[in-house]
Design a protein around this ligand. Structure first.
Ligand code: PHE
Length: 466
């Protein structure tokens, strides 16, 4: 039976194209289509984009390649890969942070994904047609607080995630990413053309691209780096797990560059699609992930063929989210199936049921359970949804990323990790000197600063120095 038992050959990707689509499918998600444009808009537009590009090229690409290498070298799940590469050491803790991040992120990500499906339906059935912009906030808040409907949509979304993951690497995950990712690209390009051909679109384009260095501070750099991390799906065990299904002959450095390039390209295209429309309609680019649901429906409604474009947009979000959810789910499935020696389908179903209940707690925290809060340093009392989000983004992801870099440089040791990356010296990796400096020093230091900043410690230290 597939995936069961020791000695059975490990599953692997069918082609490099399939692997790249799967990794890009993980990277491209809500982070690109909403979070990135907004962050760029609020943090100096083109200036933020330049800093972001630097963050992706220098640190994002580096950590991505490290994760691929750990996975392919270890040929196991996100925790065991570290163990196999350096037996008897405590480096597996790096993987454990990633797995904890995966569990937390999955718990709230499926809730947001459920909303995207609900809004696809609400738009298609005309329930958002003719609704004034100011009413959308109430509609969203009322909807998210409901006890049943969001959980039903979340369950449907999760069932799709489980079904794809349960079918296996090649015939499930790879196959669906090869279908869904090109669809995401095509729909996004349609939106970009639509946005750019609106009368007065240049205001939005300028807002996004004109570098305004007056708004750039140290925090901007840390925000850009955090965005790069989240957007490339780093520190969640994902790229380690996906890397573990790579065959020895594949060129990981060029795959990592392609994935980082696709992800960044999609972020910029999403900005060019959304901002012109926002400005033409006269709505302010407001903040936060919930605003996809509070602002964009009004934008579509005021444009020709609004129902069509609105439905298509939320459908786009839903499939982008699905390919990301599959990747984070696979982190948990791979771990448990290998640890307990269970079949893939059984593991996926059981873990799916468990995650469903985690998701329920996140969803209910918008309504019936809004009184349940957990204190978080610097951020006060957080509801469960926000707690899962902040704990993973501010602590688990940077910890996993930091330890992974240190592992590749000093734990597993450069001589071994570089052997893995260059396929035993067969590939020529001209970026190597830069890579070494980044992995060994720059990335750990910068990620450490992100960590301190996220915990509110950095601002305190800076304030102390006056
Ligand atoms: N990279 C994803 C994005 O940009 C983030 C993510 C991946 C979130 C996988 C959850 C699971 O949206």
């Amino acid at each position: 039976m597939e995936g069961k038992g020791v000695g059975v050959e490990r599953e692997s990707w069918g082609s490099q194209f399939g692997f790249i689509m799967a990794a890009a499918g993980s990277a491209i998600g809500l982070g690109n289509i909403w979070r990135f444009p907004y962050m760029a808009g609020e943090n100096g537009g083109g200036a933020f984009i330049l800093i972001y590009l630097g963050a992706v090229i220098l640190i994002g690409f580096t950590v991505l390649l490290c994760e691929f290498a750990v996975g392919r070298g270890g040929q196991a799940n996100a925790i065991s890969s570290f163990r196999k590469l350096v037996p008897g050491s405590a480096w597996w803790i790096a993987g454990a942070f990633g797995v904890m991040a995966a569990l937390l992120i999955m718990s709230f990500y499926i809730v947001v994904s459920g909303w995207t499906m609900a809004y696809t339906w609400l738009t298609l059935s005309g329930q958002l047609t003719g609704v004034a912009a100011y009413q959308l906030t109430d509609i969203f808040n009322e909807y998210a607080a409901r006890p049943v409907a969001p959980i039903v949509w979340m369950g449907i979304f999760l069932a799709l995630t489980v079904a794809i993951t349960a079918t296996g690497i090649k015939s499930g995950i790879e196959r669906w990413n090869k279908i869904l990712m090109p669809l995401v690209f095509i729909i996004l390009i349609i939106f970009m053309i639509r946005g750019l051909t609106l009368e007065g679109s240049m205001v939005g384009v300028n807002f996004l691209l004109q570098p305004d260095f007056s708004q750039v501070t140290g925090t901007t750099v840390l925000l850009a780096l955090g965005q790069a991390f989240f957007s490339l799906s780093l520190g969640m065990g994902i790229m380690i797990t996906y890397g573990s299904y790579l065959k020895r002959k594949e060129n990981m450095a060029s795959s990592a560059a392609t994935v980082a390039g696709l992800d960044t390209g999609v972020s910029i295209i999403a900005g060019l699609a959304i901002f012109p429309a926002l400005f033409v309609v006269g709505l302010d680019p407001a903040s936060g992930p919930g605003l996809v649901f509070m602002v964009l429906p009004a934008v579509f409604d005021s444009l020709p063929a609004g129902v069509l474009f609105g439905t298509l947009f939320f459908f786009l979000l839903a499939i982008a989210a699905l390919t990301s959810a599959v990747s984070i789910f696979e982190v948990l499935v791979a771990l448990i199936k290998e640890k307990l020696n269970l079949s893939r389908a059984f593991t996926a179903t059981t873990v799916g049921i468990f995650i469903f209940f985690c998701g329920v707690t996140a969803s209910l925290s918008w309504g019936p359970w809004s009184h349940i809060t957990i204190p978080f340093p610097g951020l006060g009392d957080l509801r469960l949804f926000a707690f899962y989000d902040r704990l993973s983004a501010l602590v688990m992801l940077p910890m996993a990323g930091l330890l992974t870099c240190l592992f590749v440089a000093w734990g597993w040791k450069f001589k071994n990790s570089i052997k893995e990356i260059t396929n035993d010296g067969q590939l020529n990796f001209s970026w190597l000197p830069v890579f070494k400096i980044m992995v060994g020093f720059v990335a750990p230091i910068v990620i450490f600063l992100v960590l301190l900043n996220g915990l509110g410690i950095l601002p305190a230290i800076l304030a102390w120095f006056g």
